[in-house]
Write a protein that binds this ligand. Structure first.
Ligand code: PMP
Length: 995
C-alpha cells in the first residue's frame, strides 16, 4: 500500500464527528500515529474511546477485515470493541477518509513502561494465545496479501539487505533450522504486530489489558503471532532469551504449540528483528537525514549480536521446558538405554573399577559443602586439592568423585558486582569430576570416534578437552573429557576409532588446566549445539533442567555407588512446602512467593542454594562478618574442649565480663549472661522491678523488645499490631521522637526538648503510681531506623530518675560500634543508662544476650531468689562472644562502619529520586524513608516492598520497616567495602528509576 500523508483534522472536527455521527460527547485529544490520525476520547461517564481516521490510502476491505477479526476475538477479552455509528455502521466515510470508533483499553502502552516485568511478559503470552485461539478458523479475503511484514516473506528482504554479521548469522540459522519446517506450520489470520506499543498494559503494569491496531493483519503461519511478540519482548532486556521464553511458555498455556512450531520459533522471532533492521536500513538509505530512524533501531542493533550467539536448538529446548514439555525430546530414551546397558560399559579410568564400593569417595563441592571455603582464596587449586586429598584419605578411598547437578560458588567473582541488574552466573555443574593423579590414563566407556579435541592453536583456559562420539543406543551422543594433559593428545586424530575401554589421553597437571586441581571433568552431551570442544561445563540455574536434559547424569556410565547413594537435595519450592507443613505459619519467610534459600555466608555476603551471591544489607547479627574465621575457630575449638554452664568457675566467664565492661562506662560493671535478646530484656525488667519495687514502665511507640509475653506487653509494635491485645495498664506509651514524620521536626532547634517534654507529661499522668523505669532502643529500628534528636535522651533520663525510675537502654541492635561515631549508641547522647541490654551481634550469631548494670542495682536483684540461665554464658558462647569483641576492636570495625556509613548516606542522598523523603542513619545503621508526596509524607509502602524485591533480584538483601513499612532498612555486617557501597547505590538508583 502506498501511503499518503496522515490525515490532519482538528480537534474540533474530531469532536463534531463524534457528536454528529456517533452521538458521543467528550474531551478529545490527539494520539500519535504514523499512518492514520487517532484521537483519544474521554466521555463524561468515565468511558474512553479511540476515534480512528484512516489514511486516504486505506482500503475499506482491510478495515472490514479488522472489524470482523475484532468481533471474532471479542470473547477472548484481549482487544477493544468497535462502536457502531448512529446509523448502525461500523465504518463511516468522512471527507474521503474511513472512520471508526473503538473502545479505549485501560492502562498504557507496554512500550511506555519503565520496566516490563516477567509477570507482564507472561500475561502478554497468554493474551496472544487467547487471541490465536479466537482467530482460529477466521478468514477474510483482504488479509491474503503480499505484505513485507509477513514473516513468511522475510527471507528475501533480509537476504537483500546483506546486513552486519549478526543479521547474516540469524539468516543462516533461519535457513538451516526453520525454513524446511515451514510446510509443517499451521496457518491462520494473525494480528501480526504485537510490538510493545500495540500492547496495552493494565493499571499497575503487571498484566495486559489488550492488543490494539489490527492494521497489519495477514494470513500466514500462526506461530508468527507469538514469534513477533517475542522479538519485541527481547528488546532492552537484561536477558533477552529469558524474556522470549517467558512469552512462549505462557502462549503455549493458552494455545499449545506443536513440535515444528517450537523448533522454528526462535529463528522466526529473530527474523522479525532482521526484517525490521533491513527495512530501516532501506529507509535510512532513502532518508539519510532522518535521525529518528537510527534511534528507533538502537535496541534492535543492541540485541541482534546477543541473539545470534544463541543456538536456535538451545532456545527451542528452553521454550519446550517453559511449555512443560520434555526439553530435549530424545534425552529420556538415551537415559533409559544407558541404564539398561550399563553392565557392558568399560571403566573410563585405566586400571580402576569405579563400581567398586570402597574405591570412590563422594566429594561435595556445592555451595553448602564444608569442603569449600567461603573465602574464595582458599578455594584456589592448591589448598582445595589438599582438602580433597585429605578427605579421600580419611574415607580410605582411591579417588574422589562428584559434582553433577551441583550448584558451585567456585566460579563466583571474588568481589560483589551487584551493579549489573542481571547477575545470574553459570553455577550448576554438568559433569562428574574425578579427582585423579596427573598422568592417569582415561578410556572410552564404549566404542567411540574422536569427535573433537582442543586445537593447540586455540587452547582453552581450563585446559585440553576431548569429545568422543558414540553411535550406540537410540541416538548418537557424546562424552566430554576435560582437564587433560596436552602431551597425551599428541597422537590423537579426529575421526579416530576407539575400542571399548581403550585409553586415549591422560590427566593433566594444574599448570596446564587453568590452575584447577588435577581431575577429570566427565560429561555426557546429547547435543553439542555445533560447538567443537568449548562446551558449557556449567549452566545458569534458571536453565538447570534444560541443561540436565542436554547433559544427563554421567553416573549412568560411571556407576559409582557413592554417587548413586547421594540423595537429591530439595529445591526452594519443596522446602517452602515442607516448611508450611512443619513450621508455625506466623514465622514468615522473606520474599514471599520467591524465598531465598540461604546456603552459605561469608563476611558481608550470603549465597543461595544456586550459588548466587548477595550483598547482605539486612543482617546485623553476623556483626564481624558471616562465618568470620576467628569466631568460627573460637567456637569450634571451645565446643571440642568444654561447653558447660555458669555454675562452675570458668576463666572464660570472668575474662569476657572484664573485656566487655572495659568498653562501657565504669559504672556499668556487673554482667548477667543469657541466651537471647528477649531473655536479656526479660531479665532487665526483673532487675529493675527488684530495685525499684515498682512495675509501671514507660515505653516508646512502635518499639520492639522481644517475643515473650511480658515483652509483647511492652512492645507497641506487637501489641498494637495484628493479633495484639493492646497494652496492660502498667505500660505507658510515649511518642517516637521522629524528627521527619513526628509532631516536632528536625528544623526546630529545641526538637529534642519538645519530645522529652512529652515523656515528662506521660510521667505526670501516672503520678500516684510508683515508676519502675523507662526502656527504649537508643536508635529505634522497627520504628523506622530513627535517630533520637540531640538532648532528648539526657532530658528523658533526668525526668525518669527524678520520678524514681531506672533507665534501660536496649542496645540489641545498635551496640558494638555499628553507629560508627561511638561504640555504644547511648554514648552519642552523653548519657549513662542504669541497665544496658545486649543481644543479636554480641557473639556473631552464637545465641547470647547480656544485661549489664550498676553494682547496687545488681545487689538489689539478689533478693533471695536464684538467677540461672542454662545456656546463658555457656563456655562456647563466651568464646564466640570474646572472639567477636576482639575482632571488632582489632579490625577497627567501628571506624569502618563510620567511613562506609558516610559513603552510603552521602550516596543515598545524591540519588535525589522524588520518592526519597528522608535519608538518615549513623555508621552502618541507615534508613531511607520513601514517600509519595514530600508535603503530606504519604508513605510509599508498596514502592518500598518493590524496592526490597527488586534489590534482591539485583543481588542485595535489605529490609523494610517503620509503622508504615515504607522505610528501607540498611544494616549489614561491618565488613562492607567501598565497592559494596557503590554496587548497592547503583542497584538502588536503578531500582528507583523503574518506579
Ligand atoms: N530488642 C531489640 C531492639 C530487638 O531488635 C530484638 C530482636 N529483633 C530483641 C530485643 C529480641 O532479641 P531476640 O530475638 O534475640 O530474642
Amino acid at each position: 500500500m502506498s501511503l499518503s500523508q496522515p490525515p490532519r483534522f482538528s480537534l474540533e472536527t474530531a469532536h463534531a464527528i463524534l457528536r454528529d455521527l456517533y452521538g458521543i460527547d467528550g474531551t478529545v485529544s490527539l494520539l500519535p500515529s504514523e499512518r492514520d490520525q487517532n484521537f483519544r476520547v474521554d466521555s463524561g461517564e468515565g468511558r474512553g474511546y479511540v476515534l480512528k481516521i484512516a489514511n486516504r490510502a486505506e482500503i475499506r476491505a482491510m478495515l472490514e477485515a479488522e472489524n470482523a477479526a475484532i468481533e471474532r476475538a471479542a470473547a477472548s477479552g484481549v482487544c477493544p470493541m468497535v462502536i457502531a455509528a448512529v446509523d448502525g455502521s461500523h465504518i463511516i466515510e468522512f471527507e474521503g477518509h474511513l472512520v471508526r470508533l473503538i473502545t479505549l483499553l485501560p492502562g498504557q502502552a507496554m512500550g511506555a513502561l519503565k520496566r516490563q516485568s516477567p509477570a507482564l511478559l507472561a500475561d502478554l503470552g497468554r493474551a496472544l494465545g487467547r487471541l490465536s485461539a479466537a482467530l482460529a478458523g477466521f478468514d477474510h479475503p483482504a488479509v491474503h496479501r503480499d505484505f513485507h511484514w509477513d514473516l513468511a516473506k522475510a527471507e528475501p528482504i533480509v537476504a537483500e539487505f546483506a546486513g552486519p554479521a549478526p543479521v547474516q548469522k540469524l539468516l543462516e540459522n533461519y535457513r538451516r533450522y526453520a525454513k524446511s519446517l515451514l510446510p509443517e506450520l499451521r496457518q491462520s489470520v494473525i494480528h501480526n504486530d504485537a510490538n510493545d506499543f500495540n500492547v496495552i498494559a493494565g493499571p499497575g503494569g503487571e498484566c495486559v489489558s489488550g492488543i490494539v491496531d489490527f492494521g497489519d493483519m495477514v494470513f500466514t503461519h500462526t506461530v508468527n503471532e507469538v514469534a513477533i511478540a517475542m522479538a519485541y519482548a527481547a528488546l532492552g532486556k537484561p536477558d533477552p532469551l529469558a524474556a522470549m521464553v517467558q512469552v512462549a511458555g505462557a502462549y503455549h498455556s493458552e494455545f499449545p504449540l506443536r513440535e515444528a512450531e517450537l523448533e522454528a520459533l526462535y529463528s522466526l522471532a529473530c527474523m522479525r528483528l532482521c526484517v525490521s533492521a533491513s527495512l530501516a536500513a532501506k529507509q535510512q538509505a532513502a532518508r539519510p537525514d532522518d535521525p529518528y530512524l537510527g534511534i528507533s533501531q538502537q535496541p534492535i542493533q543492541a540485541v541482534l549480536p546477543r541473539l545470534a550467539a544463541i543456538h536456535p536448538r538451545l532456545a527451542c529446548y528452553l521454550f519446550r521446558h517453559a511449555c512443560g514439555l520434555e526439553p530435549v525430546p530424545w534425552s529420556p530414551m538415551l537415559t533409559s538405554w544407558l541404564r539398561d546397558n550399563q553392565h557392558g560399559f568399560a571403566s573410563i579410568v585405566e586400571g580402576v573399577d569405579l563400581t567398586r564400593d570402597a574405591a570412590v569417595t563422594h566429594l561435595d563441592l556445592s555451595v553448602e559443602s564444608p569442603l569449600v571455603s567461603g573465602d574464595l582464596r582458599r578455594n584456589a587449586p592448591q589448598p582445595l586439592a589438599a582438602r580433597l586429598v585429605a578427605r579421600i584419605r580419611q574415607a580410605g578411598g582411591i579417588l574422589g568423585a562428584g559434582g553433577y547437578d551441583e550448584a558451585r560458588m567456585l566460579y563466583a567473582a571474588p568481589e560483589f558486582q551487584g551493579n549489573e541488574p542481571f547477575e545470574e552466573t553459570r553455577s550448576i555443574h554438568l559433569g562428574v569430576d574425578l579427582t585423579l593423579e596427573p598422568g592417569t590414563r582415561v578410556c572410552a566407556f564404549a566404542e567411540a570416534t574422536v569427535h573433537a579435541f582442543e586445537d593447540a592453536n586455540h587452547p582453552l583456559d581450563y585446559g585440553p578437552v576431548v569429545v568422543l562420539e558414540h553411535d550406540a543406543g537410540p541416538t548418537k551422543f557424546y562424552t566430554l573429557y576435560g582437564h587433560l594433559s596436552r602431551a597425551s593428545l599428541a597422537v590423537l586424530r579426529l575421526g579416530q576409532r576407539l575400542a571399548k575401554g581403550e585409553p586415549f589421553a591422560a590427566i593433566g597437571t594444574a599448570a596446564e588446566n587453568g590452575g584447577w586441581w588435577p581431575h577429570l571433568h566427565f560429561q555426557i552431551v546429547t547435543d553439542m549445539l555445533d560447538v567443537a570442544c568449548n562446551y558449557n561445563g556449567c549452566a545458569l540455574p534458571s536453565q538447570r533442567e534444560v541443561w540436565k536434559g542436554l547433559c544427563p547424569d554421567p553416573n549412568l556410565i560411571l556407576r559409582i555407588p557413592a554417587l548413586s547413594r547421594e540423595s537429591r537435595k530439595p529445591g526452594v519450592r519443596e522446602l517452602a512446602a515442607e516448611r508450611a507443613r512443619k513450621i508455625g505459619s506466623n514465622l514468615s519467610v522473606s520474599y514471599g512467593e520467591n524465598p531465598v534459600q540461604a546456603a552459605r555466608g561469608w563476611m558481608q555476603y550470603l549465597y543461595d542454594a544456586d550459588g548466587r551471591k548477595y550483598l547482605d544489607a539486612y543482617n546485623n547479627v553476623p556483626h564481624v562478618g558471616h562465618c568470620h574465621p576467628r569466631v568460627v575457630e573460637a567456637g569450634r575449638g571451645q565446643l571440642a574442649v568444654l561447653n558447660t554452664n555458669t555454675r562452675y568457675l570458668q576463666r572464660q566467664l570472668t575474662d569476657y565480663a572484664e573485656a566487655l565492661t572495659s568498653t562501657l562506662p565504669p559504672e556499668l560493671s556487673v554482667c548477667f549472661f543469657v541466651a537471647s535478646g528477649s531473655e536479656a530484656n526479660e531479665l532487665a525488667l526483673r532487675i529493675a522491678r527488684s530495685y525499684t519495687g515498682a512495675k509501671d514502665l514507660l515505653v516508646m511507640d512502635a518499639a520492639y523488645h522481644g517475643h515473650t509475653s511480658t515483652l509483647i506487653d511492652i512492645s507497641p509494635y506487637k501489641h498494637e499490631g495484628p493479633g495484639g491485645h493492646g497494652a496492660p495498664d502498667w505500660v505507658h506509651k510515649t511518642p517516637i521522637p521522629d524528627v521527619y514524620r513526628g509532631m516536632f521536626k528536625a528544623q526546630d532547634p529545641r526538637v529534642g526538648h519538645q519530645y522529652a517534654q512529652q515523656v515528662a507529661e506521660a510521667i505526670d499522668r501516672i503520678k500516684g503510681r510508683p515508676l519502675c523505669g523507662y526502656i527504649a532502643e537508643t536508635c529505634p529500628s522497627v520504628a523506622g531506623q530513627i535517630l533520637l534528636p540531640p538532648g532528648f535522651l539526657s532530658e528523658v533520663y533526668g525526668h525518669v530518675r527524678k520520678a524514681g525510675g531506672l533507665c534501660i537502654a536496649d542496645e540489641v541492635q545498635t551496640g558494638f560500634g555499628r553507629m560508627g561515631s561511638h561504640f555504644w549508641a547511648f554514648e552519642a547522647h552523653g548519657v549513662i543508662p542504669d541497665i544496658v541490654v545486649l543481644g543479636k551481634p554480641i557473639a556473631n550469631g552464637y545465641p547470647m544476650g547480656a544485661v549489664i548494670c550498676r553494682p547496687e542495682i545488681a545487689r538489689a536483684f539478689d533478693n533471695g531468689m536464684e538467677f540461672f540461665s542454662t545456656f546463658g554464658g555457656s563456655t562456647a558462647a563466651l568464646a564466640a562472644a570474646h572472639a567477636t569483641l576482639d575482632v571488632t576492636l582489632e579490625e577497627g570495625l567501628q571506624a569502618i562502619a563510620l567511613a562506609i556509613g558516610e559513603r552510603l548516606l552521602a550516596g543515598l542522598r545524591a540519588i535525589g529520586h522524588p520518592l526519597i523523603g528522608d535519608v538518615r542513619g549513623s555508621g552502618m545503621f541507615a534508613g531511607v524513608e520513601l514517600v509519595r508526596d514530600r508535603h503530606t509524607l504519604e508513605p510509599a509502602d508498596r514502592e518500598a516492598a518493590y524496592v526490597a524485591r527488586r534489590m534482591r533480584e539485583r543481588g542485595v538483601l535489605l529490609g523494610t520497616d517503620g509503622p508504615w513499612h515504607n522505610v528501607i532498612k540498611l544494616r549489614g555486617p561491618l565488613q562492607w567495602t567501598e565497592m559494596d557501597v557503590d554496587a548497592l547505590l547503583a542497584a538502588f538508583a536503578a531500582t528507583l528509576a523503574e518506579l
